[in-house]
Ligand binder design. Structure first.
Ligand code: NZQ
Ligand code: ZN
Length: 385
């Protein structure tokens, strides 16, 4: 197992009614809060009123940045940081899915910097002492509630960039699974695919000594496979929503990656699709993943696919190794299809027009087994059309 540093500062309040801790968490940082949220789902669900009333009774002053887009834009970050600077904000509170939380993270960073926010996105080493970040999660998917990442887009230049910086890990996250009852079916499916992709990105590593990480990864994958369809068909099933929510955090909070030599590869390819076509992140991942698996299946990766097939899908160990691996990939495809995710790029409005341009933006990806070059990425995109 490789050496690693594992740092997890997020204070998690998980379960029904845990929002009662919000005032103490916020007051720990100060009295002025910037609330960051999206297109209004928190207003429809009643969460907005709950936050406002808790803040009012505890003398916490709330400023607002609303309208954060799915695939959050740099313009929202700039607007939010301006509000923070003009009003001496003490803490940035995100209420929503990954987009609102990611936007809040970069607002917190830009609020304490003289640089333009985009400079911090492309060079996170310039992020110094951001404002504290608190999240109230309403969609199980990205893991942003407990991770160091923020993904921000500049649609004018077709750039979607992932920032990684330990200083961006939320100080606290309130995770009440009942807030996810109202998540639409499409987002429930996409969120499940996203969680699974985060796990795959770490699981397909060639560091064999990461036994513990691998077995936890398999348990998390089984959690998604069991509970994704239940949440999809029965949105108010608390057990399913709770398991998906907790899996979303552990898929990407560093546990699976620690000690493993991994470079993510499906995510960078998906980010290009979103940057050009503004598609839902999890849908792009679900389309690319089985094709990527098919493409990288070879004698070096075979054993890992066999473990995946047997331990996650319960495929009989008495079959030939190649048969197990192929069946596992087919099961992955069929699983996403069973959640009604469109499984070709054409179905989400993507044709060959920009594919070469997209691959030209990524030089090569050093995966755990062998590098993926532009030609490889183009082939995977074309297999997905
Ligand atoms: O904007 P609102 O009105 O809140 O509606 C959202 C949005 O339309 C809606 N929604 C969220 N919670 C809801 C709800 N609707 C009803 N009830 C609820 N409880 O769902 C839609 C999608 O929300 P969004 O936040 O965009 O989804 P997600 O959490 O999947 O975040 C996607 C973004 O995160 C990035 C993606 O690239 C994408 O930009 N990622 C962030 C990562 C990270 N920070 O670690 C890693 C990921 O790999 C990913 O790249
Ligand atoms: Zn993701």
């Amino acid at each position: 197992m490789n050496n690693f540093n594992f740092y997890l500062p997020t204070n998690v309040y998980f379960g029904k009614g845990q929002i009662k801790h919000l005032p103490e968490v916020l007051k720990d940082c100060g009295n002025k809060v910037l609330l960051v949220y999206g297109g209004g789902s928190i207003k429809r669900s009643g969460l907005y009123d709950e936050i406002m009333s808790l803040c009012k009774t505890n003398d916490i002053e709330v400023f607002e940045l609303s309208g954060v887009d799915p695939n959050p834009r740099i313009e929202s970050v700039r607007n939010g940081s301006k509000i923070c600077k003009e009003n001496d904000i003490d803490v940035v509170l995100a209420a929503g899915g990954g987009s609102s939380i990611d936007c809040a993270k970069m607002i917190a960073a830009a609020a304490k910097s003289d640089l333009d926010a985009w400079e911090l996105v492309i060079d996170p080493s310039k992020i110094k002492e951001p404002l504290p970040i608190v999240s109230i999660l309403t969609l199980a998917a990205t893991g942003s509630e407990m991770d160091p990442f923020a993904v921000i887009s500049d649609m004018k230049t077709n750039m979607k960039v992932g920032v990684g910086c330990d200083l961006l890990k939320p100080k606290a996250s309130i995770m009440d699974p009942s807030y996810t009852f109202s998540v639409p079916k499409k987002q429930t499916a996409a969120g499940t695919a996203d969680i699974m992709s985060h796990i795959f990105e770490s699981y397909f590593s060639n560091v064999k000594e990461g036994f513990m990480q691998s077995r936890i990864a398999e348990a998390l994958l089984k959690t998604c496979i069991k509970y994704g369809p239940i949440a999809y068909n029965d949105p108010e099933n608390y057990e399913a929503r709770a398991n998906l929510m907790w899996a979303s955090s552990w898929a990407i909070n560093g546990l699976l990656k620690a000690g493993n030599e991994v470079e993510w590869c499906v995510h960078p390819m998906e980010h290009e699709l979103s940057a050009y076509y503004d598609i839902t992140h999890g849908v792009g991942l679900a389309i690319l993943t089985p094709r990527w698996m098919e493409y990288v299946l070879n004698e070096d990766t075979l054993d890992r696919f066999v473990e995946y097939g047997m331990n996650v899908w319960g495929i009989s160990p008495h079959k030939e190794k190649e048969e197990i691996a192929k069946e596992a990939i087919e099961n992955t495809y069929k699983f996403f299809e069973s959640l009604d995710i469109p499984m070709t790029l054409k179905e989400v409005g993507i044709d060959e027009t920009h594919l070469e341009e997209m691959t030209s933006k990524i030089d090569k990806i050093e995966t755990a087994y062998k590098p993926l070059y532009k030609e490889d990425m183009l082939k995977i995109y074309k297999m997905s059309l």
